[in-house]
Design a protein around this ligand. Structure first.
Ligand code: NAD
Length: 391
């Protein structure tokens, strides 16, 4: 079929298999150009199909020749409709990894469940023996507790008082104001349940008990801090409370097992998860312009290459006062933040492409779903039903 983007609010409900393949290839080229010795060898990536998790998988495989097992929750093609982008990304990744002689298998299902954890453990036992790096990169709006069967929903709300600020309707290209009511205690607890550290700890406990964690293994989960303008809805909001809990979990994992667990604070980038956060897309559009002009702009793959090569397996972890790895360092440079803060109150719908890189944001967003990639013929009839090569 011929596939065109169909955008509904902050998601695109179609995706293009050849475009996703081309985008994965672009990331592979970046990773290949940064080959390094002494990195991870057998890697489990939880949340491996899009965004930061996919890029960590690509960086592990193509900068370090690592074997990778990826876990994700994606929609294969059904009734002739395109699969989700993460499905096509994973098909493309596995194909390229196999061609390069690298082990790559994937498990599609709910990572919060006991069943998927067991399936991952069995696969590691059979194929890899043990893993030396566990990457935890889930972003999910809900989680079913595997013990109680209860489902919790996360939310993006401020804590304490209503937050009003500028935002961007990324579909219409309009700058407007948004007001978000404060979270209830239940909202906070539910968001911590979904996006906090509990499930990461359950994974590490299960992996350790099964004997599939290599001695002196490493594990990393991702967080974000960002500028003060987004703190009420992010760092000081419900999601920030969950991220604090992820930091608690990192410490608990490090103390409990023969494993160094870290939180890496990553840069703001366009992903399916970040496009859903109010205020953040306007900040990202301005940030992209400032960082591109300064020559320090990075996307997920550049970030993850730097995380593995320079920090986790580099000469210096450079932890901050809270013990976190900071690959958001270039985003947080004072001159970058000052330039964003100057533009913030002035920008309007009319000046979006002058004062910010709105077209860069849009291109980035469409590319997440495989659209707008050079060299892809979007008028071509393409096969939508693609199986994972390892299936
Ligand atoms: P994303 O939406 O691109 O990726 C989420 C991944 O989680 C996908 O692979 C998806 O399949 C998987 N997933 C979701 N629910 C699942 C489930 N129940 N079972 C199995 N897999 C499931 O998100 P992202 O932006 O790459 O976020 C990953 C992490 O990075 C998050 O912790 C996020 O807070 C953090 N982070 C993101 C940004 C940003 O700007 N996007 C910045 C810093 C940190």
């Amino acid at each position: 079929m011929i596939i065109k983007p169909k955008i509904r609010g902050f998601v695109c409900i179609t995706s293009h298999p050849k475009g996703c393949d081309a985008r994965v290839q672009q990331e592979i080229e970046v990773a290949k150009a940064a080959k390094k010795e002494g990195g991870p060898k057998k890697v489990l990536v939880i949340g491996a199909s899009t965004g930061y998790g996919l890029s960590t998988r690509i960086a592990s495989a193509f900068s370090h020749d690592a074997a990778t097992l990826g876990v994700f929750f994606e929609r294969p093609s059904m009734k002739g409709k395109p699969a989700s982008a993460g499905w096509y990304n994973s098909v493309a990744f596995e194909k390229a990894a196999h061609e390069a002689g690298l082990y790559a298998k994937s498990i599609n299902g709910d990572a919060f469940s006991n069943e998927i954890k067991q399936q991952a453990i069995e696969t590691i036992k059979e194929d890899l023996g043990q893993v030396d790096l566990v990457v935890y990169s889930l972003a999910s709006p809900r989680r079913t507790d595997p013990e109680t069967g209860e489902t919790y929903k996360s939310c993006l709300k401020p804590i304490g008082e209503t937050f009003t600020n500028r935002t961007l309707d990324t579909d219409k290209g309009e700058v407007s104001e948004v007001s978000i009511e404060p979270a209830t205690e239940e909202d906070i607890a539910n968001t911590v349940k979904v996006m906090g550290g509990e499930d990461w700890e359950l994974w590490m406990k299960a992996l350790n008990e099964a004997g599939v964690l290599a001695p002196e293994a490493k594990s990393v989960a991702y967080s974000y801090i960002g500028p003060e303008i987004t703190w009420p809805v992010y760092t000081n909001g419900t999601i920030g409370a969950a991220k604090k809990d992820v930091e608690r979990a990192a410490q608990a994992i490090t103390e409990a097992y023969d494993c160094e667990a870290y939180v890496a604070v990553n840069k703001a980038v366009v992903t399916q998860a970040s496009s859903a956060i109010p205020v953040v897309p306007l900040y990202i559009s301005i940030l992209f312009k400032v960082m591109k002009e300064k020559g320090t702009h990075e996307d997920t793959i550049e970030q993850m290459v730097r995380l593995l090569n320079d920090r986790l397996y580099g000469d210096d972890l450079e932890l901050d006062d809270e013990g976190r790895i900071r690959v958001d360092d270039w985003e947080m440079e004072p001159d970058v933040q000052a330039a964003v803060a100057k533009v913030w109150p002035e920008i309007t719908t009319e000046t979006l492409n002058v004062m910010a890189d709105y077209s860069g944001y849009q291109n980035n967003f469409l590319a997440l779903f495989g659209f707008g990639l050079p060299g892809v013929d979007y008028e071509e009839d393409v096969e939508v039903e693609l199986d994972l090569p390892s299936a």
